[in-house]
Design a protein around this ligand. Structure first.
Ligand code: UDP
Length: 475
């Protein structure tokens, strides 16, 4: 490499779960090598950006990372019940001309563009960067198993009878090096072949093959067989190569949300070691009214200590909070108003319910936290791994069911899984599962696995660690 720093343009899809890990990637890109080899521009979208949840992470980026925001695009023609994926794909698609203009102007600037790195929903933008002659690497904010499944979708689409939904497939899907998956465990948007989001996802699988490689936020100890099997296929030229460079987890000091002196941290200071369940469903996870009541009753009956990030319930959409939460509710409402009557008073001292958002990384690393009831979003999973906290897998949408299968497998063993009845985890099951996680034998075994994974995750980025080497290779 010459004396000029190579300029990498990163494009983060809407949502904290995309922007936060992309910011972490940008941070690592510019810190690579001597620290003067790369500069970066992190591009994000305006539409339904919950920027309040990641503005401090962006503000704390080093000066060699610039930021740019694509202009808002109109979405008012979408049906009110359009899936979250459809909304994101539409934003990404309609903003393509703005992206093209931005890439052209950066290409013409002295910095130039050495590489373009979109994330999952940026599959369409690979065509734009390709036409401008810029190498394109997709950053997968999830794991190699989810990536492999996505690339496999066009084949599955072609070979499955068109009147058969994937959830009705009689046999599990077996991909090399992956846990067998039931069709019902595939990502939500492909569970309805008549929905536009289905076609978007199949097309993503096809367009991913345009990438020069995949930079994946996972690590060898988590997915050894999966990564090896995928790269054996790329060696044969079937797929672009995958570089397992994770885990990228924000540190307590790198911000993201209202970190620092949140009152819930002071509450945790008063609790015994490893006694508190942290209950949080990511940036978008949303419970039905019935499920919220069952979870509350189960937590209360268990007598376990808890810290619960409460969102407005929705009976229509398990990802409703993704759009900022609280839509359709009266002004001045709080999600806590939707908890069962008297719940907050009866659990005072034992439990703390917090509306909307908490500093998750700080919480997971607090000595008082002993378990994590999680929707299994991949960032949350890696944050639990890095903190050595076992999980109760409670998948809600996106690729979370697949993640739950992996995390509760014998091989990974990081998560226990509660039993559902007709799509609801009943209160008795909540009480039994959270007690098992904090105080039972299975919970202790999951805690031991979490400890092993935490060590392996720390080693992944040590000098000569597998993730650092993969990062060097792709850099
Ligand atoms: N997060 C947080 N506080 C909250 C909820 C979420 O800091 O109250 C962060 C969490 O630490 C993670 C991200 O938001 O980094 C959510 O990403 P994930 O992939 O787990 O789930 P998604 O929101 O994309 O479904």
């Amino acid at each position: 490499m010459g004396t000029e720093a190579a300029h990498v343009v990163l494009l983060a899809s809407p949502g904290a779960g995309h922007v936060l890990p992309m910011a972490e990637l940008a941070r690592r890109v510019v810190a690579h090598g001597s620290g003067a080899e790369f500069t970066a521009t992190l591009v994000s979208y305006t539409n339904f950006s919950s920027a309040v949840h990641y503005s401090s992470a962006l503000a704390s980026l080093p000066p060699s990372v610039s930021t740019a925001v694509l202009p808002e695009v109109p979405l008012d023609d979408l049906p009110a019940d359009a899936r979250v994926e459809t909304r994101i794909f539409t934003v990404v698609d309609r903003a393509l001309p703005h992206l093209r203009d931005l890439l052209r102007s950066l290409l013409a600037s002295p910095a130039g563009v050495a590489a373009f790195v979109p994330d999952l929903f940026g599959a369409w933008s690979l065509e734009v960067s390709g036409k401008l002659g810029i190498p394109g690497y997709v950053f997968c904010t999830t794991n190699v198993m989810a990536l492999h499944t996505l690339i496999y979708l066009p084949h599955l689409d072609k070979t499955t009878a068109c009147d058969c939904e994937f959830r009705d497939l009689p046999e599990p899907i077996r991909l090399p090096g992956c846990e067998p998956l039931r069709g019902a465990d595939l990502v939500d948007p492909v569970q309805d072949r008549t929905n536009p989001a289905y076609h978007f996802m199949v097309e993503v699988g096809r367009r991913y093959l345009l990438a020069d490689g995949f930079i994946v936020n996972t690590f060898d100890a988590m997915e050894h067989a999966t990564i090896s099997a995928f790269n054996a296929l790329s060696d044969k030229g079937v797929y672009p190569p995958a570089y397992a460079v994770g885990p990228f987890v924000r540190t307590c000091s790198s911000g993201g949300g209202d970190a620092g002196e949140h009152s819930c941290l002071r509450w945790l200071d008063e609790q015994p070691d490893r006694s508190v369940l942290y209950v949080c469903f990511g940036s978008g996870g949303t419970l039905s009214t019935e499920q919220m009541a069952e979870l509350a009753a189960g937590l209360e009956a268990s007598g376990q200590r808890f810290l619960w990030v409460v969102r407005f319930p929705s009976d229509k959409d398990r990802s409703a909070s993704f759009f900022g939460g609280g839509h359709g509710h009266g002004h001045g409402d709080s999600p806590l108003d939707y908890l069962p009557e008297g719940f907050v008073e009866r659990t005072r001292g034992i439990g703390l319910a917090v509306a909307e958002w908490t500093p998750q990384v700080e919480i997971l690393n607090h000595r008082a936290v002993g378990g994590f009831v999680s929707h299994c979003g991949w960032n949350s999973t890696l944050e639990a791994v890095a903190a050595g906290v076992p999980m109760l897998a409670w998948p809600l949408y996106a690729e979370q069911r697949m993640n739950a299968v992996m995390l509760s497998s014998e091989r990974v063993g990081l998560a226990l899984r509660p039993r559902e009845e007709d799509g609801v985890v009943p209160r008795e099951e909540v009480a039994a599962a959270v007690t098992e996680l904090i105080a039972g034998e299975k919970g202790a075994a999951a805690r031991e696995k979490a400890r092993e994974l935490r060590e392996a995750a720390a080693k992944a980025w040590a000098p000569d660690g597998p993730s650092r080497e993969a990062f060097q290779a792709v850099a």
